[in-house]
Design a protein around this ligand. Structure first.
Ligand SMILES: [Zn+2]
Length: 256
């Protein structure tokens, strides 16, 4: 039974991943997400029905368009795999529960934000606003007793980011945190509640700082360009969802 559930979740995760690919590619360039149907990013030839099977199609055509033979970026394959694996690890963590549904939605939104931030340095308003709407909707309908915790998670995330945005502005005399980062950070608090909301952001800043500092120690040069923050926020959120309680406990043991 367990094996069937895992196969089913992996398949659903891959199908959703394939849809996330469509969002990542089309939303920033304002293309409709429904029409036209999936096509090759190079020659725009429509895909055949059997080219639309997540993960398997990519492996069968070995990453090439059947029509123009141009290579299809491995990104499409990666997003499908990441989505499918997220479904499985979240299932092992939360079982088939409200939290499972809630965190799946959160991780899917974060996958989209990660890649639009990497590709275009943008976290799209439409995606984040959708997150606010669906986050509150799920909680009000399925778990209304945790609504205060969600509001607290949202406001503490917002306060934390605004604080550092002001500090960053004073220190560097330029905008250190984008409005998209701030809105995204507050949105995550709705899904995770107050306990994890601040921890995720502190972990994101720590990982981003390490990403800048470690190469700087090696080369003596600091990366000048602005860093997309969404990938660090996404990774930190997944780590916290899976190991947050243990991490917070060992941090407290260390300090007190
Ligand atoms: Zn093509």
């Amino acid at each position: 039974m367990e094996t069937i559930i895992i196969i089913l979740l992996f398949t659903l995760g891959a199908i959703i991943g394939s849809f996330l690919n469509v969002l990542i590619y089309r939303l920033p360039i304002k293309e409709s997400i429904l029409f036209p149907s999936s096509h090759c990013p190079n020659c725009h030839h429509p895909l055949r029905v059997w080219d639309n099977i997540p993960i398997i199609s990519y492996l069968m055509v070995r990453g090439h368009c059947f029509h123009c033979q141009s290579s299809i970026p491995i990104r499409y394959f990666l997003v499908e795999i990441i989505s499918a694996l997220s479904w499985i690890v979240l299932y092992y963590k939360f079982g088939l529960s409200i939290d499972f549904v809630l965190q799946l939605v959160l991780i899917s939104i974060l996958i989209v934000c990660t890649y639009t931030d990497l590709d275009h340095r943008r976290i799209l308003n439409s995606v984040v606003l959708f997150g606010y709407g669906i986050g509150f909707a799920i909680i009000i309908i399925l778990n209304p007793s945790s609504i205060m915790d969600s509001i607290l998670g949202m406001t503490s995330g917002l306060a934390f980011m605004l604080f550092w945005a002001v500090i960053g502005k004073l220190l560097f005399r330029q905008t250190a945190l984008g409005a998209g980062d701030i809105k995204l950070a507050a949105m995550i608090g709705i899904f995770t509640g107050a306990k994890f909301s601040l921890f995720i952001l502190i972990l994101s800043f720590t990982l981003a700082a390490l990403y800048v500092i470690i190469p700087a120690l090696k080369n003596g040069k600091i990366l000048g360009r602005q860093l997309p923050l969404a990938p660090f926020i996404a990774v930190s959120t997944l780590i916290t969802l899976l190991f947050g309680n243990e991490l917070i406990q060992s941090y407290l043991d260390l300090v007190f």
